[in-house]
Design a protein around this ligand. Sequence first.
Ligand code: AMP
Ligand code: ZN
Length: 459
Amino acid sequence: MKIYNTLTRKKEDFVPIQPKHAGIYICGPTVYNFIHIGNARPYVVFDVLRRYLTHQGYTVNYVQNFTDIDDRIIAQANEQDVDFLQISNRYITEFFTDTDGLNIARATHYPRVTEEIPGIIALVQHLITRGYAYEVAGTVYFCAPKADNYGKLSKKNIEDLEAGARVEINADKQNPSDFVLWKAAKEGEPSWPSPWGDGRPGWHIECSVMARKYIGKTVDIHAGGVDLIFPHHENEIAQSEAEMEGPFVNYWMHNGMLLLDNKKMSKSEGNFFLVREVAEKYSYEVARFYLLSGHYRMPLNFSEELIQAAANGVERIRNCKTNLTDALQNPQGTQTLDATPFRADFLAALADDLNTANAITALFDLVKFANINISTASAQSLQALLDEMHFMAEILGLNLSATENKGDTAEIEALIEQRNASKAAKNWAAADEIRDALANMGVIIKDTREGTKWHYAQN
Ligand code: AMP
Ligand code: ZN
């Protein structure tokens, strides 16, 4: 596979540290709101990276953090007069509702900042000991000019950075581009004890600590949006490489921004559409397909036309699948077809820096070919076309089930809970009624020892 590496600004062959093993770290959300469709872009495109590598025989260790302590979380907690963890826990649950709806495979690990405080303190301490960081009045700063080649990812030059950062005057900093590793506690804010007094971690340090702990000294692939290149990822490199020999990350992958009226979609600017708003109007599957319709490094416009085009695309694929399935029930033809070239194009597209747009073109080529030949193809060929379609859909993460995967996960889970309560009350009739209602929604349930499991019916 070739990957465009932001560090070298080149497409490079992907060579993992250990053969057939990939450690992938992706920066997670700050959990103070529902995710918008722009936030979903990195989680969807890098989920395809993971699926593709898994198909290529890789074992993928996929790590995504949650920033569960932050100024914006604290502000909301104060507004609502609740503990900050109530805010972050709520939005972590909501995050999973959306990412499960988008069919994003669960990560191997989901570390949270508030559960990694000892590791963070240890790294900050280590950086002080090694002369890379200093403390002023309970706040610890990283000394940016001490880092080897600070600015190498963002291609910024330290002198320019110093000049630019001078605008924001902070008398405590030794250099304008120094950044915070540990913040001294402010009155009424959540804090943890540390060698520098009560405080909380700065933003960047968490990712250095978590990547190291859950992946190792060097990460194969570190992903996130281009908006994180500076300062977040630049600072992650400075912190992690100050502490060790060798690179922190071998391949940096960054997705382009989702734009609304030519401006970055952003929570803080207030110009956004939530994932669940798009899912309500169309479906989670359409939202996912839309996000994969462009190359991940390019900006992607958010427009009704593009989402409608994605909806039409999903419909075309589904119809073709239904027609192939129906034709297989009563095959009319005898023609032997070669269904294999589409897979080769599909995989070649993904191998070329995760070009999902071209991969989708290969899927549409297959659909077109199937539609033309459906009435004359032999049973074996129909099955082969269907298998190819399933293969591509699996890597793109489309489930193609009969039921539209609408934003109804919460409703399904609520019904399952009601059914379990009915069963516990030995009200079997009510329990059966709920089972039937779920079946009508295209949901199959299974009672297992670990509780009730559900999935959408495949047809
Ligand atoms: P945040 O919760 O703002 O830290 O963002 C979580 C992830 O969403 C990061 O990887 C960001 O780079 C990404 N992101 C935020 N806004 C956009 C956008 N408009 N388009 C694409 N990705 C975005
Ligand atoms: Zn990060």
